[in-house]
Design a protein around this ligand. Structure first.
Ligand code: KIV
Length: 282
């Protein structure tokens, strides 16, 4: 395995040459599947709080939970670039704390970089983490860790002020040293302008076809999170229905005495069986 493939900076080389495709993962199985499928990178997203832990948003997940997900994904996808998502309040309090927490993603979570949500307001923190030697992926547009402030999970950049702010945020983050930028829920034409303006790759989620790459949440792609189906998601498999059908068939087979069959059971020798039956009679 080339060490460069596992460097987040390898993604910059792909800009303008080939689309970058990423997915989230949170556990050993989703990580193995993502690696076998051949994604360019895996994001251990704080969306874990919703799709794995069942919370309604991403606010309440902490460092310890995120690190556990990162450790497990790192075991399942040893040869794939892995980026850990810094949870709410792990990088906002001070630059020192942000560096220490980002370092834990590398040292304990075995990630190759971290993701931080926000624009100009996090630029100094981003720069401090990068200077400490930890690659950072930016995230602008709909930033779920600011959904209370944004008034919900809404498309961003529709007004001139908001569009101008997103363009400025992208440029400031590039200057601060991010190796790439996630753009979430932003009109296609605006992500195109941003993508053309900056030299680092843009990875879209609900940001249209003109970004340098795309990312989706694992559970959305395989249809395992029926609670929410945003317009920008394409679901490739009806996972929830397929799993439910399999589980119901298992119940039915047991109830109908159709499971387990002899071929799914273990055998004992006639001799041992006879002896044990005799010992029961005594
Ligand atoms: O947490 C997450 O999964 C994310 C992606 C949606 C980009 O931030």
């Amino acid at each position: 395995m080339s060490l460069f493939k596992l460097s987040p900076y390898s993604l910059i080389e792909k800009k303008g040459k080939e689309p970058i495709v990423a997915i989230t993962a949170y556990d050993y199985v989703s990580a193995r599947l993502a690696e076998d499928a051949g994604f360019d990178f895996i994001l251990i997203g704080d969306s874990a709080n919703m799709v794995i832990l069942g919370e309604p948003d991403t606010y309440s997940i902490g460092m310890e939970e995120m690190l556990l997900f990162c450790k497990v994904v790192s075991r399942g996808a040893t040869n794939t670039l892995r980026i850990g998502d810094m949870p709410f309040l792990s990088y906002q309090v001070s630059k020192e704390e942000a560096i220490l927490n980002a370092g834990r993603f590398v040292k304990e979570g075995r990630c190759h970089g971290v993701k931080v949500e926000g624009g100009e307001e996090v630029a100094e923190t981003v720069s401090a983490i990068v200077k400490a030697g930890i690659p950072v992926l930016g995230h602008i547009g709909l930033t779920p860790q600011r959904s209370m402030e944004l008034g919900g999970l809404k498309v961003q950049g529709k007004t001139i002020e908001s569009a101008q702010k997103l363009l400025n945020d992208a440029m400031v983050l590039e200057e601060a040293g991010v190796f790439g930028l996630i753009i979430e829920c932003v009109p296609s034409e605006l992500s195109k302008v941003i993508t053309e303006k900056i030299k680092i790759p843009t990875i879209g989620i609900g940001a249209g076809p003109y970004t340098d790459g795309q990312i989706l949440v694992f559970h959305d792609v395989v249809g395992l999170y029926p609670e929410m189906r945003p317009k920008f998601v394409r679901t490739y498999f009806r996972g929830y229905e397929a799993f439910k059908k399999a589980l119901k068939e298992f119940i039915e087979d047991c109830k109908n005495k159709n499971f387990p069959l002899e071929k799914e059971s273990f055998k004992i020798s006639e001799k041992v069986l006879k002896q044990i039956k005799n010992s029961v009679k005594c």
